[in-house]
Design a protein around this ligand. Sequence first.
Ligand code: SAM
Length: 269
Amino acid sequence: MNKNSIVAKKKFGQNFLKDETVLRKIVEAMPKNDNKIVEIGPGLGDLTKYLVDVKSVEAFEVDTDLCKLLQSTFEEEIATKRLHIHCGDVLQAWQSSLIDEPYDLVANLPYYIATNIILKALADPMCKNILVMVQLEVAEKFCAQAGEKVFGSLSVIAQSIGEAHIAIKVPPTAFDPQPKIDSAVFLIQKSADRSDESFEGMLRVAFKQPRKTLMKNLSASYDKTELQEAFEGLGLTLTIRPHQVTTADYHQLYNRIQGSLDDRREPRE
Ligand code: SAM
């Protein structure tokens, strides 16, 4: 089997990145440190070949045809332990940590599970930085600032853990086959642990109906009087919308209203 005989499988989200300029820019955008690299979905190995040049890589690929191809393409790197290929579904392999040493995730992710993978990487204590290609719309959600229309629970989760920004915007022409949407590479540099589940539960309730007021959304699960007191204490108007509240204020709000949930009811989604 060689590269040219491989037909991209839609079910695995296979859009291979062919643009050498973008591949080089991804490597340039990598944080400079001694961490290992984890690549999810090495595919035909186009990004992998750049990554193994600079660091040792643990790669996770679900497609057995591609695993075989990678094993023969990178025979030498595998023999010298610069590359280790794990063949199988990365989500199945992922317990609390994906590998047992500090790593940076660098990947052109399969878009159908990209958000799930990023949330798992954010929660993984061994993962220190995340540099990934995803659908542009998803990158914008993770990187949005309070006040922007797309600011949502993913933005608050990302900002609670570190700094997130879009590094490269990538058009469909950079891939084969070409996706129908624009893509982007974004970087999250982690500086804290992922917030607890009940904070994220509050965010889901807060952003459930993004056009409604924050007060209306939260009062479905939290005591209204305590909410009003908390809003007043933080100087938030009762008409403020969920995307207008900063990450810092979401944490303050959570500290003030958490008790009003614990004693009464669980957040409803
Ligand atoms: N890195 C390659 C590139 O840039 O050309 C391929 C990227 S392609 C968008 C996504 C890759 O993820 C494919 O190789 C696909 O087979 C792999 N993949 C899809 N689902 C996966 C899963 N659950 N676990 C591991 N790899 C997966």
